[in-house]
Design a protein around this ligand. Structure first.
Ligand code: ATP
Ligand code: MG
Length: 542
């Protein structure tokens, strides 16, 4: 259980949340929603005990499983399997058992060998007592359901993709939570920040079922409305403008209706306030003429101004980024060609013999299951990584714009301003300011280190960097992840209007529809085909 009273959260000088009272109890399945940058991640971190509130009191009882939005960098030399098992302390035990096993096989001295056998017996007993064997297969089952097959489990975390690492973390948390569940009592509170970001459709369906059955508390941040509709029985709406959390004790659909009614009421109140302010102003103007009423007139005008200022603030916060992709620089007929690309990591072959020709203004979608090498292909095309065989041939006038799924293109230490400056060193300052403004970055936020931006804000900044580049080939890796619905619509719109060539990797069918691709590349085979609607189903599966 988690209970927070009079919670106040700040980011720099901004108040994200004040005087909030929040409770998470067993049986609560809460959806935490709000615009990008509203403070959802900050709130969850504080509830998890990983961040300090500016003010307020927090009480926590029972076990906790917290999945942060950004993958944390821990020890990357451990295998995926050990990482998952470590949730119940089983990884150490397994390693000792293996050591004892090889000692039994290798030792020649009879006395030493007997000691090793006894040691093995003791360890195995302990392992069995902890439910180790059942647990091991349960861990494997959870992993498989999250798109982590046996083969991947044996690999060290360092060799996994960002998405795979995040799935390992999710598996670890769910594995820990299901332990109590097996005993019939689940005290674990789950705090999950965008758990579906790196999952394919099958895994999302499975996760939905898992969360529906979870009887500990749950707070989930997600832009996946189907997941919210299926899972949550309460909603916390975090309103960035008011710095308040509205608690709705109801499921998703009823919440949407109630929210719509609330918004309507607020709009009406705003309209009333505007009318009132206008009336006050008119009155003040009339009164100003008389010397005796000058002070009263001034007071009236001031009241009208405060009324209007409040309204202006809401308008600012409701603003949506106007995202546009760049005007492509002129280039030859085929700005980018790839021949016979192959890539392996260690003994793991990702793909071989992939050919691709990207013509001016053409649109290509890359499809493939999790781990089929979609991100790798984009990285090779973008020159971020070298192929083992084959080559990438730049055509005449090629200018690449690369949007990385994990925002690797951002310098997290540098400020927002320095990041776009770096992306467009020659652009005039005012032009960059305007550009950042349309992407909703202004004022103090320009000096904020990019590493402290919210997930959606990082996406926005990376996209802004693209725009300043005059790229004529965009390589886009999951460009709609992390975005709130309004900002996502903007990206889709930008995709529709962009005149240059696009190579797109996405799980989002809406993004593909917006792109209206001509061709599809299927990984790992590298087969190329004309786009047809039948592939749309594959997009979600991929
Ligand atoms: N050190 C800091 N200085 C200034 N602002 C900060 C700092 N750290 C975080 N912020 C701001 O706090 C706000 C809340 O961030 P948070 O990550 O909680 O948002 P979020 O609701 O999770 O957004 P998203 O949907 O994009 O993930 C953001 O506007 C972020 O830029
Ligand atoms: Mg967040």
């Amino acid at each position: 259980m988690i209970a927070a009273t009079d919670l106040e959260l700040r980011a720099g000088s901004r108040i994200l949340l004040s005087e909030a009272t929040l409770r998470v109890q067993p049986g609560d399945r809460i959806g935490l929603v709000g615009r990008n940058g509203a403070g959802k991640t900050t709130t969850l971190r504080v509830l998890a005990g990983e961040g300090q509130p500016y003010a307020g009191e927090l009480r926590r009882t029972g076990e906790l499983g917290y999945l942060p939005q950004d993958p944390r960098e821990g020890d990357l030399s451990v295998t995926a399997k050990d990482r998952v098992l470590s949730a119940r302390g089983l990884d150490e035990l397994l390693r000792e058992i293996e050591k004892a096993q090889s000692a039994m096989a290798e030792l020649v001295d009879a006395g030493e060998r007997d000691a090793a056998v006894r040691r093995y017996g003791r360890l195995e007993e302990r392992f069995a007592a902890l439910g180790g064997y059942a647990a091991e297969s349960e861990a494997a089952r959870i992993c498989a359901n999250l798109g982590l097959p046996e083969r991947v489990l044996g690999q060290p975390l360092a060799t996994l993709s960002g998405g795979q690492r995040r799935r390992v973390e999710l598996a670890r948390i769910l594995f820990a939570a299901s332990e109590a569940g097996a005993g019939g009592r689940s005290g674990t509170t789950l705090l999950l920040d965008e758990p579906t970001n790196h999952l394919d459709a099958d895994s999302i369906t499975w996760l939905r079922g898992f969360l529906q059955a979870h009887d500990g508390g749950l707070v989930v941040i997600s832009h996946d409305v189907e997941l919210l509709a299926a899972v949550v029985n309460k909603v916390w709406f975090l309103d960035a403008t008011r710095g308040e959390v509205d608690v709705y004790n109801m499921g998703w659909q009823r919440y949407l209706d109630a929210r719509a009614a609330d918004e309507k009421r607020r709009r009406r109140e705003r309209a009333n306030a505007e009318k009132k302010a206008a009336a006050l102003m008119a009155q003040a103007d009339k009164m100003r003429a008389k010397a005796t009423k000058a002070v009263a007139a001034q007071n009236m005008a001031r009241r009208a101004e405060t009324l209007l200022a409040g309204l202006e603030e809401t308008r600012q916060a409701d603003k949506v980024a106007r995202i546009r992709f760049p005007e492509p620089a002129p280039c030859g007929r085929t700005p980018l060609t790839a021949e016979g690309l192959a890539k392996s990591y260690g003994s793991l072959e990702v793909f071989t013999g992939v050919d691709l020709a990207v013509d001016r203004g053409s649109r290509v979608v890359v499809l493939g299951l999790n781990g089929a090498g979609k991100t790798t292909l984009l990285r090779l095309l973008g020159g971020m990584e070298q192929p083992d065989a084959g080559r990438v041939v730049p055509g005449h006038g090629l200018r690449i714009g690369y949007y990385a799924q994990e925002h690797e293109t951002l310098d997290l230490e540098a400020s927002v301003w320095a990041n776009v400056r770096h992306a467009a060193p020659d652009a005039p300052e005012q032009q960059l300011r305007n550009l950042l403004g349309t992407f909703l970055f202004s004022g103090e936020q320009l000096d904020q280190p990019a590493g402290t931006l919210s997930g959606g804000e990082k996406t926005r900044l990376a996209l802004a960097g693209l725009v300043s580049s005059a790229a004529n080939v965009l390589l886009l890796d999951e460009p709609t992840n992390n975005l709130d619905p309004a900002s996502r619509e903007q990206v889709l719109d930008a995709l529709r209007r962009y005149a240059g060539a696009v190579v797109l990797v996405t799980h989002d069918p809406g993004a593909v529809q917006a792109l209206q691709p001509e061709r599809v590349i299927l990984l790992p085979d590298g087969t190329e085909d004309h786009w047809s609607e039948e592939y749309l189903e594959l997009v979600q599966l991929a």
